[in-house]
Design a protein around this ligand. Structure first.
Ligand SMILES: *Cc1c(COP(=O)(O)O)cnc(C)c1O
Length: 218
């Protein structure tokens, strides 16, 4: 199936309150253009320089989401245009985003990535540390970043029980803080697990291979 058909089929399955981020990392600009022509306006990338290069080439009404782990020294390259940073997991990173946002006279929306997977390799803040990060952000008056919700990646498994339980941890944290923090984005669910994530309360799914096909890493 074509990229356009994949997007159409996916969007038909999505409840109205769930936003689709088309994860286009490693894919050529021509593929993104096909998705754009099919009406897709939100793209997710995991490397800052790759995202900046695509931003320069493609139409300016695209919303660019940084979904990967962010190195503080590269924040400056995306600060002028990024619309949502999904994977913030430290105060140090929040401070740098705040600094670069200020330089660009912007307020940048961010999600805190919580570690919900049992796998060791995954990034993210331990869920128990969320409260202190939110408190420190306020104390330091980092007013050029707005934390609009949470993000998480489940373990790569077909065990649906485990997926439900990991997404459940994230949803519980989200609900705890939703009112006080005015959260409105719960980013969870990828090609392999988005139906379970949506059932668990996701409002934003990040789908790559189910749209663009398998990725070649080299
Ligand atoms: C690559 C990636 C995705 C998309 O993965 P697919 O399995 O191709 O849908 C989603 N979220 C993050 C953080 C990723 O790095």
């Amino acid at each position: 199936m074509s990229i356009a058909e994949n997007i159409k089929n996916l969007k038909q399955q999505l409840p109205e309150n769930v936003t689709l981020v088309a994860v286009s990392k490693t894919k050529p600009v021509a593929d993104l253009q096909q998705a754009y022509d099919a009406g897709q306006r939100i793209f997710g990338e995991n490397k800052i320089q790759e995202m900046a290069a695509k931003w320069e080439e493609l139409p300016k009404d695209i919303e660019w989401h940084m979904i990967g782990h962010v190195q503080t020294n590269k924040v400056k390259y995306m600060a002028p245009f990024v619309s949502l940073i999904h994977a913030v997991d430290s105060l140090k990173l929040l401070k740098e985003i705040n600094k670069q946002a200020k330089k660009n006279e912007r307020v940048i929306d961010c999600l805190i990535q919580l570690k919900i997977a049992s796998e060791e390799s995954k990034f993210g803040l331990p869920p128990a540390d969320l409260e202190s990060l939110l408190a420190q952000k306020k104390e330091l008056q980092l007013d050029n970043v707005r934390i609009v919700g949470l993000m998480g990646m489940a373990t790569f498994t077909e065990d649906e029980q485990q997926l439900r339980s990991e997404f459940g941890i994230l949803k519980e944290k989200y609900d705890q803080h939703q009112q006080a923090e005015a959260f409105h984005v719960l980013s969870m669910g990828m090609s392999g697990d988005y139906p379970i994530a949506i059932a668990a309360g996701s409002t934003m799914i990040r789908v790559g291979s189910a749209i663009f096909g398998a990725r070649n890493y080299h």
